[in-house]
Ligand binder design. Structure first.
Ligand SMILES: Cc1cc2nc3c(=O)[nH]c(=O)nc-3n(C[C@H](O)[C@H](O)[C@H](O)COP(=O)(O)OP(=O)(O)OC[C@H]3O[C@@H](n4cnc5c(N)ncnc54)[C@H](O)[C@@H]3O)c2cc1C
Length: 308
């Protein structure tokens, strides 16, 4: 029951100020967001790729309030890509972006977000890699899918994320699978109403398997975004049944969560991509990680009390 409460707090400015300023928070945050600057993150990229892992990079930030912040978000990604160029890692390191950080919710936001994200997709393509559009709350998705379709006209490798908890997602998966797109399937991390989304874990898990089957049997490139051991085993089985080779799908997990499993899957010959977030505006991302696992919240609160 704690999850929805934490997700509601993730949208509260008061909580944001309180938690961001708490003296111990940064140490706890580091588990999930291992740096604030490109200079912090480059050694982590080098370390993980040397271990046979691939990465998708997220410069944290979302729900901005002014167009200048959207421009700054674009520039932060461009600076990252500039650093990646020197590392020559190609598609081993791709980018994940949240369109709300590129201005999607502002006046004229759809066009603004498209205008801001396009140069990032272009720069990524120029160094041999690509961009995946993250899925945010359900009200943003029609715009996200339209931007995805537009970008794919010039950059067909651009990926997007779909969320198993939404009723709409089976239909989205069929459309995307038929179009041959790269698609990351996740359970979904936002607080969504019962009119649009399954609320029970077992319903979400069942939907995940149905959608995974659509993606595996389709013409696209499935990216399995989950830490759930049962779903990972089912994904391997479905990939095998669909006759997919090891390089025709990939697993994705978040930095700091089940890290041993990242290495185990990579050692088995799977493509394993670690979603690695960095930057200073980490509040929303961090709160969603707390909401996913109550034990994280207990750890967080204990660390505050023990320092207090
Ligand atoms: C690569 C990637 C990208 C994502 N992108 C998006 C996106 O664009 N939009 C979106 O809505 N959601 C996104 N998510 C989050 C996703 O929707 C889920 O909230 C999250 O992955 C937890 O679901 P799960 O599939 O791991 O299963 P769960 O049933 O939640 O977890 C399975 C097991 O994984 C471990 N685990 C899971 N979460 C945590 C945690 N926070 N801390 C510690 N252990 C944990 C636990 O051992 C747990 O028992 C992404 C997830 C991944 C892996």
């Amino acid at each position: 029951m704690l999850g929805p409460v934490i997700l509601a707090a993730s949208r509260s400015d008061r909580m944001r100020r309180l938690i961001s300023a708490a003296p111990v928070t940064k140490q706890v945050v580091d588990r999930f967001i291992p740096g604030e600057t490109v200079a912090d993150i480059v050694p982590i990229i080098e370390d993980l790729t040397a271990k046979g892992l691939e990465l998708t990079m997220d410069v944290v930030g979302e729900d901005i309030t002014a167009p200048e912040q959207a421009t700054a978000a674009r520039d932060a990604y461009l600076a990252l890509i500039d650093h990646l160029k020197a590392l020559e890692l190609g598609e081993k390191v791709e980018m994940s972006v949240k369109l709300s950080m590129f201005g999607q919710a502002l006046d004229g936001g759809h066009e603004l977000a498209l205008a801001n994200v396009r140069p990032v997709v272009e720069a990524a393509a120029a160094i041999g890699t690509t961009v995946t559009l993250d899925a945010e709350d359900h009200t943003t998705l029609d715009s996200m899918f339209a931007i995805h379709e537009e970008l794919r006209k010039d950059f067909p490798q651009t990926g997007c994320v779909i969320q198993a908890y939404l009723f709409r997602t089976e239909a989205d998966a069929r459309r995307l699978a038929a179009s041959g797109s790269r698609v990351r399937l996740v359970k979904g991390a936002y607080k969504e109403p019962a009119e649009v989304a399954y609320q029970q874990k077992h319903e979400i898990d069942k939907a995940y398997v149905r959608i995974l089957r659509i993606l595996m049997e389709g013409a696209g490139y499935p990216m399995i975004g989950s830490h759930d051991p049962r779903l990972i085993a089912i994904a391997q089985e479905l990939a095998h049944k669909a006759g997919r080779k090891l390089d025709e799908y990939e697993f994705q997990m978040l930095y700091g969560i089940r890290s041993e499993e990242h290495l185990r899957l990579a050692a088995e010959g799977h493509r394993m991509r670690v979603y690695t977030a960095y930057g200073t505006d980490w509040y929303g991302y961090f709160m969603r990680r707390l909401a996913e696992k109550p034990a994280n919240l207990r750890f967080f609160l204990r660390s505050m009390v023990s320092k207090g």
